[in-house]
Design a protein around this ligand. Structure first.
Ligand code: GLC
Ligand code: CA
Length: 561
């Protein structure tokens, strides 16, 4: 449908696949495209109508594919471009759109552009990246004090040319120089290439970092993120995004979602305002930072704070942009426990409650692989079990103090670590959870015998079957899509209660976030003629949002007319 941009993403329910950990078809322990193909019917039955696929391009895998060495081909471990084409065709046949990850803030240091760039100051590709002279007499100090998002300096010294290059992530992920028009043209060509192959959209990796402030000034003191103010929403970001939109994206019926750490409502409005032509949606981070000090160190979740963030975004982007709804992705720990506390033997109830709490809101919903069966964090016993590149940085930063601090660091990593979400998808109670017939690249969560797709399919009351119901309920539901948002009892520390209404109809959403019974007092101004219970995580035995004692994690949705 070239040329006509529809807003299909407003009706989408998107499933995120982290290909390395989804399904392995050939027994090498690594998930792959043919594995995904074998699960397309599963996705269709779940009811999702789009997939966001984390990077599957050629990559030396320093950061599991977020370091790309060839933007136009598929990673050997994942298969071939032919497999990929078969996968897209299979998705489209089933009414599932495909959103690819677009990682263009940086490339791999093994990308031909960087290999050339590194050859010397006169190389035509030199200016594709950000090279600078160092400070100090001999230039052996980094050009500024910016830090990599993973820790340490964001600069790497190159002996041959005596200059430094910038890498906001690992040193194998050099940042592209977006101020160079040739780089922007290359990105346009890559995007066009995939759109012409049938891709329906892009999740734009750390897209808010692409424009760096001229002169690259030192950043102010900022734990773990020095320099932020000079490259997050940098000076030319809107111009560059608008250019990409005008030149390429606007000509296709596609959608974009920008990963936007630290984004405020005001900025998100600018990025997603349809009349400006930049991005369609963004992923904000505020709700996944309410249980963190300095965005990093775990702290106890405060429900009123979480609710305040939701309310702020629901109201703030209303009619001005469009929200994305998520609790999990490949960078976040699992949502169970994190948002529910200790659920004991109420895993099912807790997982369903979380789904209700989020997915009745306005915006495009995302579900991350395994979330729909209530997968949990992994019980790491040592730092060696964490495969994430982040751990390398953490250990390096600790240096000789590591043995001393190991216990604390392990504790923090076990709560926060990205590998919690990257353990293999649990398909069955068979060996390795049915993920692979070989040795998985990362350990399978030992709870796979109880928590797996096969068991979930067999149990009519399972989390998975609840997700199916919820996804079906959301489909074509104008109240959820367009309705207003109002929160009740904003300061209540256990109850999350909100209303959505549209053209005389209302959804009344009531969730108990606590693992204990909690008393609910009916809202006074709620008048109605009919009240129907649409979703419930306990036996569908409630009739109206009246005074009641909510059971642990009880959650329900009423349709009120
Ligand atoms: C994004 C990705 C993350 C990756 C980083 C660098 O935040 O989601 O997995 O490590 O970008 O590309
Ligand atoms: Ca494989």
């Amino acid at each position: 449908m070239d040329g006509i941009r529809t807003r299909w993403y407003k009706d989408a329910f998107i499933y995120q696949i982290y290909p390395r950990s989804f399904c392995d078809s050939n027994g090498d322990g690594v998930g792959d495209i043919r594995g995904i193909i074998s699960k397309l019917d599963y996705l269709k039955e779940l009811g999702v109508n789009a997939v966001w696929l984390s990077p599957c391009y050629k990559s030396p895998n320093d950061d599991n594919g977020y370091d790309i060495s060839d933007y136009r081909d598929i990673m050997d471990e994942f298969g071939t471009l032919e497999d990929w084409k078969e996968m897209v065709a299979g998705m489209h046949e089933r009414g599932i759109k495909l959103i690819m990850d677009l990682v263009v803030n940086h490339t791999s240091d093994e990308h031909p552009w960087f290999i050339e760039s590194r050859k010397g100051k006169d190389n035509p590709y030199r200016d594709y990246y950000i090279w600078r002279k160092g400070k100090g007499k001999d230039g052996k100090k980094p050009p500024n004090n910016w830090t990599s998002r993973f820790g340490g300096s964001a600069w790497e010294y190159d002996e041959a040319s005596g200059e430094w290059y910038l890498h906001l992530f690992t040193k194998k992920q050099p940042d592209l120089n977006w101020d160079n028009p040739k780089v922007r043209k290359e990105v346009q060509d890559i995007v066009r290439y995939w759109l012409d192959l049938g891709v329906d959209g892009f999740r734009c990796d750390v897209i808010t970092y692409i424009s760096k402030r001229e002169g690259l000034p030192d950043g102010k003191f900022n734990i773990g993120a020095v320099g932020d103010e000079h490259f997050t929403h940098g000076p030319n970001i809107h111009k560059y995004l608008n250019e990409l939109f005008t030149e390429v994206l606007s000509k296709y019926d596609c959608m974009t979602v920008g990963e936007a750490a630290g984004v405020t409502i005001e900025q998100a409005q600018l990025y997603t305002d349809e009349s400006r032509g930049e991005l369609d949606t963004v992923f904000m981070f505020e709700h996944v930072e309410v249980d963190r000090y300095f965005r990093m160190f775990p702290k106890k979740l405060s429900l009123p704070r979480l609710k305040a963030v939701f309310a702020k975004w629901q109201l703030g982007l209303r009619d001005k942009g469009w929200n994305s709804l998520y609790y999990e992705n490949h960078d976040q720990p699992r949502s169970l426990k994190r948002f529910t506390g200790d659920y004991g033997n109420l895993r099912k109830e807790a997982a369903k409650m979380l789904a209700i709490s989020l997915y009745m809101q306005q915006g495009t919903p995302y579900v991350y692989q395994g979330q729909e069966i209530g997968m949990t964090n992994y019980p790491f016993k040592s730092l060696d079990e964490h495969k994430d590149v982040v751990i390398r940085y953490v250990r390096k930063a600790l240096g000789v103090f590591e043995p001393l601090l190991r216990k604390v660091v392990l504790k923090v990593m076990n709560i926060r670590g990205r590998d919690n979400a990257r353990t293999p998808m649990q398909w069955s109670a068979q060996e390795n959870a049915g993920f692979t017939s070989g040795t998985p690249w990362i350990n399978v969560n030992p709870n796979y015998k109880e928590i797996n797709v096969e068991a979930e399919l067999a149990d009519p009351d399972s989390i998975l079957n609840f997700y199916k119901k919820l996804i079906a309920f959301r489909k074509n539901n104008d109240i959820i899509k367009y309705g207003n948002y109002k929160e009740n009892y904003a300061s209540h520390k256990d109850i999350y209660c909100y209303e959505r209404w549209w053209h005389g109809e209302k959804l009344f959403v009531l969730c108990n976030f606590k693992n204990k019974p909690v008393e609910f007092k009916a809202t006074k101004d709620l008048a109605y003629e009919t009240c129907e219970l649409k979703l419930h995580n306990y036996g569908y035995d409630r009739t109206a949002p009246e005074d009641m004692v909510l059971r642990p994690y009880e959650a329900m949705v009423f349709l009120i007319k």
